[in-house]
Design a protein around this ligand. Structure first.
Ligand code: ATP
Ligand code: MG
Length: 303
């Protein structure tokens, strides 16, 4: 569904350059539900904005489905934003029109797309648990309810990819759980691919996979996969919660290898072993061991 290779985004303001993404690689399978985790300023929103067609990358490749986001014309981009991708913004106010009702808010993107499907708009609001609030104006709803309206809006045009930037950032943990459950249900029932950006590590157990963007500008990609949730996803939806709880929290960490065989080792590991610019590497037929060099002189002799 998503292929990003060597994605670079440089923001230029006056004489200052900010490298927000530096050669980022991300691949997302169709119908996957994954999270992107990283510190503030690590480039999460930048990545999501590029995937959502709101911003163009400075270099690299980015493909979503059959679309090549670098080669699209402006008209195709409008079409892409309208039909393929649903977006939940980090800043809630950007999603919502406060003086319209919840239902009118959901119908708005349908109207812009040329066809209002009221039964579907109502169904979406029902899915997010707002069937009885659909005729309330947005300013009459709580923050968590507004956030759920934002989810319904993002799905109005039946996108195949949902991009959610900190969708649980401003709600309590109960509402956050509820929102994650809604995402999971949508993912299972309509097969939508979901990418969630979050600061919140506790959401990791609720998605199939977590990709962490590290180190701000040097955006190291670092992947954790939760095998239990993949298992869980093929279960029937009933009664799987207990099972999920009982076997979760077993994460395997991966480091990403690029096409020419380079891998990026987390800084903390290198520091722990006091590896600076050279390391020794051994292959025993099964695994590769990277160690601090025994003696730099030995290494230098080999060169
Ligand atoms: N329009 C812009 N112009 C200049 N710099 C920008 C712009 N947008 C983002 N940046 C810079 O790019 C870097 C990445 O920003 P981004 O918004 O992607 O971070 P983030 O991971 O989403 O952070 P947060 O968790 O705080 O939302 C930051 O250093 C930010 O200051
Ligand atoms: Mg952000």
């Amino acid at each position: 569904m998503i292929h990003c290779d060597g994605l670079v985004k440089i923001y230029k303001t006056d004489d200052l350059e900010v490298v927000a993404l530096q050669g980022l690689n991300i691949h997302v399978e169709p119908q996957e539900m994954m999270a992107i985790i990283g510190n503030s300023g690590s480039g999460k929103s930048t990545l999501l904005n590029i995937l959502g067609g709101l911003d163009r990358p400075s270099a690299g490749q980015v493909k979503v489905g059959e679309w090549d986001l670098l080669k699209m014309t402006d008209d195709q981009l409008v079409e892409y934003k309208r039909r393929t991708v649903g977006f939940i913004w980090q800043n809630n106010a950007r999603n919502l029109l406060p003086y319209l009702t919840a239902l009118e808010n959901v119908e708005m993107p349908m109207m812009l797309g040329g066809k209002v499907d009221r039964p579907y708009a109502k169904q979406l609001l029902d899915w997010v648990g707002l069937a009885d609030r659909m005729h309330n104006k947005l300013f009459q709803l709580s923050g968590g309810e507004q956030q759920r309206v934002a989810i319904a809006i993002s799905l109005a045009n039946r996108p195949s990819l949902l991009l959610a930037d900190e969708p649980t950032g401003s709600v309590d943990s109960q509402t956050s759980d509820r929102i994650m459950d809604i995402f999971r249900r949508l993912n299972r029932e309509i097969g939508i691919t979901i990418v969630i950006v979050t600061h919140d590590l506790s959401l990791a157990s609720k998605v199939d996979r977590v990709v962490a963007i590290r180190d701000g500008m040097t955006s190291t990609e670092f992947i954790k996969r939760n095998p239990n949730l993949i298992l869980d996803a093929s279960d029937s939806s009933d009664g799987s919660t207990d099972r999920r709880r009982s076997i979760q929290e077993v994460h395997e960490e991966y480091v990403v290898l690029d096409r020419v065989g380079r891998l990026q080792i987390p800084k903390a590991y290198l520091q722990a072993l006091q590896i600076s610019d050279k390391a020794s590497m051994e292959f025993d037929g099964e695994k590769i061991m990277i160690k601090a060099p025994k003696s730099l002189e030995v290494l230098n002799d080999e060169q």
